[in-house]
Design a protein around this ligand. Sequence first.
Ligand SMILES: [Zn+2]
Length: 141
Amino acid sequence: MIINNNCLECSDMLRGRVDKKFCSDSCRNVYNNRVNGNVNNYVRNVNNVLRKNRRILESLFRLGDKQVHKGLLIEMEFNFQYFTHKKFNRDSVTFCIYDYEYSTQENSKYVVISLADLNVDTARRKSRKLPDYNQFRLDEL
Ligand SMILES: [Zn+2]
């Protein structure tokens, strides 16, 4: 069986091991730097958007503006597509951006900014109990 592999970076034909992907260390480095560089850029850009969103919420919260028109947030270049996590309440949704959060009701033009409860996730994890599988088996007998 002839396997015709080419270097992922320069497309030169590869000689040697079948699982070889690059013709040389320099091709491997150039390739990995480019691929990882894209990922790092993406992560950096998302983090920048999240940080900017957080700064906007923080500045309004510190000014005492807890209830804010969405239009103001848009004017301040708040990006509603980015948040760190989300909580569903009975009649509203809360979007968290690190230690700040805003809740909004369906079709409302306003959001209410508050400080996030930083212990929520830990508390939830502690209270989650795994079922006792040994007990299940005993009960079935
Ligand atoms: Zn190469």
